[in-house]
Design a protein around this ligand. Structure first.
Ligand SMILES: Cc1ncc(C[n+]2csc(CCOP(=O)(O)OP(=O)(O)O)c2C)c(N)n1
Length: 182
């Protein structure tokens, strides 16, 4: 379950009973001699924590056939609730700053660096390559779209011309009929 701390433009405290979805689902938690589900809670920006939790939950579900709910908290939702208004309208300055600092991509970069998987330079290089690739694809797509548009306009012109010709032919027929009724 994805949880960015907000629902329909208000905070969890206002939107959700007890302000916490896994807290109110506790009645479903499996106890030793009962059935039920396993509930996990993990922070969305903690990549290593996510991997461990998902692995644990998947093993329980596969081996013991116990359904698992993973409540992923501390996520960001920069698009806001809907396209009719941005999230800046309902989030405080502190929260927006936190979203910048705890952005999952930025946090994953920190984790990659601190675990020694890649260096700053390698990551910057990857970043540049990804941006160049997307820009190049964007340019090519732009060319394809303008070419398609040109063809579409051409087809439209041919269609208009054919329509005019047909109209002219039928007008001609009508005139002929009027001039030579027999
Ligand atoms: C009981 C109920 N069912 C359905 C809806 C319809 N509805 C309105 S917004 C929404 C999705 C809200 O998603 P959430 O992630 O909680 O909020 P967000 O951060 O996207 O604003 C739904 C299902 C509703 N408002 N109430």
């Amino acid at each position: 379950m994805w949880d960015d701390g907000y629902g329909i433009s208000v905070s969890n405290e206002t939107q959700t009973t007890k302000g916490d979805i896994s807290e109110i689902l506790k009645g479903f938690q499996k106890e030793e001699l009962t059935n039920g589900i396993e509930i996990f809670k993990v922070r969305g920006w903690d990549y290593a924590g996510l991997c461990e939790t998902y692995e644990q939950a998947a093993n329980i579900a596969r081996e013991k056939h116990i359904p698992c709910l993973i409540h992923v908290t501390e996520l960001t939702q920069p698009q806001g609730h809907s396209s009719s208004g941005s999230h800046e309208r309902y989030k405080s300055q502190e929260r927006l700053q936190w979203e910048t600092d705890f952005d999952c991509i930025a946090k994953m970069k920190e984790w990659i660096q601190s675990s020694g998987i890649a260096t700053d330079e390698e990551l910057d290089q990857l970043d540049r390559e990804a941006k160049d690739f997307v820009r190049q694809e964007q340019k090519e797509l732009g060319l394809i779209i303008s070419e398609l548009w040109r063809l579409k306009q051409k087809k439209l012109l041919i269609y208009c011309h054919e329509f005019q010709m047909k109209k002219r032919t039928s007008q001609q027929k009508n005139c002929n009929r009027w001039l030579n009724p027999l």
